[in-house]
Design a protein around this ligand. Structure first.
Ligand code: MTE
Ligand code: MO
Length: 332
C-alpha cells in the first residue's frame, strides 16, 4: 500500500472527560479520547489491505472484504490512554468505556499457521511523520503471543458505527485490557516475530523503568501493556458542597486488566479506608462501586478510592500512572 495522505499531519489529540463527568456507562462518541502521535491517515476501504508475515507458514494479504469471512465478535471494554509517553509516571486518567466489533486476530492467524518460534505479534499502522523530534517511519507495537487466545480484535466498529478516521478507519487492532497505545490504528501489517519490536514506541517510549521498593531504578524495563488497577470517584464532584449529617452516595468506576475485587474508599485523605465490593465485571467493562457516607464534621474533606485487583495489586499513592485520585469536597 502506498503511503496515505495525513489529515491533519502531526500530533493530534482530544482530551477525555474528567472523572466526575464519567456518568455514562458507555462513553458517547463525542466524548472519546483521540490520540494520534503523528497524524491521521486517510485510507479508503478499497485501498486498505492487511499483510500477515513473519513466522507464519502461509503469509497472507487480506482486503477489507475478506474480513467478512470471519465470525464477528463484540467486546465491551475500557479504553485507556497510558498518558504522555514523555511523562510515564504522571496520572492522566484518560479513560473511556466502549463497544468494539470486529474479527478475532486469532481466527485470522489460524489460517496462516503460526510457527512454533513466534513469541511476539508486531502490529504496524499506516501513519508516519515525526514525534518528539524523532522521525517515525511507521507506528509499530508488539504484544506477547499468549495474549492472542483472549479477545484481541481487528476492529471495524466503535460504539455501533464504523470507525472514524481519527479512531483508525477502516480497521484497527484492539487489545482489550492493554493500554490504548497497543491498539494500533490504521492497521496494515501484522508480523509474527521471535523478539520484541525495536521501534521507538516499544523501546524508548511506552517501556517503564522498573523501580525497587525505595523507588530506585533496577535497570529492568517493563512494557506498557496490561492496564494496572485504577479507580476514580465520579460523584461527588470536586468542590461539591455536602450537608452535615445527611447521607450521600459516593460512587465511581474501577477497572484494570484483571477484574477489580475490592475498592476501598477514604473520607479522611487516606487515614482510614472502608471496603466496598464493586459490581461484577461484564465482558471487559469498567465496574461500579458505591458507598454511603454521612459526614459528621463541617469543613474540607479529601475523598479517595483505591482499587485492588484479583492478583492483589493495588493503586499506589503517587508516582505512577494509576496513582490514587482524590476529590476535595466541603461539608456545610
Ligand atoms: N497507528 C497508531 N495507532 C495508535 C496511535 C498512533 O499514534 N498511531 N496512538 C495510540 C494511543 S497512545 C492511544 S491512547 C490509542 C487511542 O485510540 P483512540 O484515538 O481511538 O481513542 O490509539 C493508539 N493507537
Ligand atoms: Mo495513549
Amino acid at each position: 500500500m502506498m503511503r496515505p495522505k495525513l489529515d491533519p499531519a502531526g500530533f493530534h489529540s482530544r482530551v477525555s472527560l474528567a472523572p466526575h463527568q464519567l456518568s455514562s456507562d458507555v462513553t458517547p462518541r463525542e466524548d472519546l479520547i483521540v490520540l494520534c502521535h503523528v497524524g491521521v491517515p486517510r485510507i479508503e476501504r478499497l485501498d486498505w489491505s492487511l499483510t500477515v508475515d513473519g513466522l507464519v507458514q502461509k503469509p497472507a494479504r487480506l482486503a477489507f472484504a475478506d474480513l467478512s469471512r470471519f465470525r464477528q465478535r463484540h467486546v465491551s471494554a475500557i479504553h485507556e490512554c497510558a498518558g504522555s509517553p514523555l511523562a510515564p509516571q504522571e496520572p492522566k486518567r484518560r479513560i473511556t468505556n466502549v463497544e468494539w466489533k470486529g474479527v478475532l486476530l486469532a481466527d485470522l492467524l489460524e489460517e496462516c499457521g503460526l510457527s512454533a518460534d513466534a513469541n511476539y505479534i508486531w502490529s504496524i499502522g499506516a501513519d508516519y511523520g515525526e514525534f518528539a523530534g524523532v522521525s517515525i517511519d511507521e507506528y509499530v507495537k508488539d504484544l506477547p503471543i499468549e495474549r492472542l487466545s483472549d479477545d484481541v480484535l481487528i476492529a471495524t466498529e466503535l460504539n455501533g458505527e464504523p470507525l472514524t478516521p481519527e479512531h483508525g478507519f477502516p480497521a484497527r487492532l484492539v487489545v482489550p485490557g492493554f493500554y490504548g497505545t497497543n491498539s494500533v490504528k490504521w492497521l496494515t501489517r501484522v508480523s509474527l516475530q521471535k523478539k520484541r519490536a525495536q521501534g521507538p514506541f516499544t523501546t524508548r517510549w511506552y517501556n517503564d523503568v522498573v523501580l525497587d521498593e525505595h523507588g530506585r531504578a533496577t535497570g529492568q524495563m517493563k512494557p506498557v501493556w496490561n492496564v494496572a488497577p485504577e479507580s476514580v470517584i465520579v460523584s461527588p464532584a470536586p468542590s461539591a458542597q455536602l450537608s452535615i449529617d445527611q447521607p450521600c452516595e459516593v460512587w465511581g468506576r474501577a477497572w484494570g486488566d484483571t477484574p477489580i475485587e475490592v475498592v476501598e474508599v477514604s473520607f479522611d485523605e487516606g487515614e482510614t479506608w472502608m471496603r466496598t465490593f464493586p459490581s461484577t465485571r461484564l465482558s471487559r467493562s469498567w465496574q461500579r462501586f458505591s458507598i454511603e457516607w454521612k459526614p459528621r464534621r463541617k469543613g474540607i474533606h479529601q475523598l479517595m478510592s483505591r482499587a485492588w485487583d484479583s492478583r492483589g495489586n493495588v493503586q499506589p499513592p503517587k508516582g505512577a500512572r494509576n496513582a490514587i485520585y482524590s476529590v476535595q469536597v466541603e461539608v456545610v
